[in-house]
Write a protein that binds this ligand. Sequence first.
Ligand SMILES: [Zn+2]
Length: 378
Amino acid sequence: MRITVPEDTGRVRVVQAPAEGDIKLAILGDSVAPEHKQWFCFDAHGDVDKERVIILENAGETTYADALEQYSVCASYEPEGPDWFRVDTELRDGQLRVIHTPRSELVRYAYFAPYPRARRNRVIEEARQTGRARVRRLGKSIEGRGIDLLTFGSESDEAMKLWVIAQQHPGETMGAWFAEGLIGKFLSGEDPLVSALLEHARVNVIACMNPDGATMGNHRTNAAGKDLNRAWWEASDTESPEVLLVRKALYDSGVDFFLDVHGDEHTPYVFIAGAEGNPHYSDRIDALEDEFDNAMLEASSDFQTEEGYPKDSPGKGDLRCAGNYVGEVFDCLSLTLEMPFKDNDNAPDEERGWSPERSMKLAGDVVEAMASVLDVLR
Ligand SMILES: [Zn+2]
């Protein structure tokens, strides 16, 4: 068997790849921030219908090593698409052992279904061609990749300004699939709920905040080793130009609603974190958060409010994080949405776990929830 590392999103080091017997690989840290170590993605080329064992031998040294309990590796025979499944995975003595009998010569394995750069470019171009999305390049990442803003809906000054951003953390690729689902929902002209929302609101979508990190196969950081979701308070044009560009676009537009989309390594549920730790958090924002939670419970069979992050103490919110920063500065409903790397344990899928398909469907549910709270946002 032969292991190769794809140019886009690929990341792993081959330790030992004998013609026969177990393959040994090592998970690598982020390109210039090796303290972040979780994402892996590689291709295996080998015999069909023959059981193989691939050992990720340093899994116990990853940043969220304990999150690999009850976790199964993702695999696909068509790695550019959304069709991914889980393979038998054992965590033993700090090693992650993947045991799989492939039905195809090429299999891509990854921490979660990667989102190809070419696919994003195609989705954005198709959105532009419908005439229903306005596409504006805000600027470029450190390595010169475009930070693109897609805008849907009303151009009126009176319109509510809704913002959704995804993939600040590049390894949280469920956010990228979510963004594709969101764009698809806004392009689905038949849906009266979407039409009503877009009549009164302008929805701004940043499908990928961190294109450099995503291409490099980083889990958490950009090309300068910055965790962008800790860069909002003091964004800089040398270390976090991606945040600086989007922050400026937010100031230019104004914000009535903000959603930052992420994935969580540990928690096997979909949940939302609010801005309760912000210095200027108020009863009004608290009530809006409750409204949105209730709208999500109504719209989505995957959403729940029992499990999630512990609440921040009053005044102790980290304003370097997008959700808190935007809530504090714009005094608006500002939320962080988390999807699981593993599965939704309230509705488990043995074969796929949490998946691109479910991430995209959740985006549609979020649009419904946005539509139902629109009247009370201002
Ligand atoms: Zn994240």
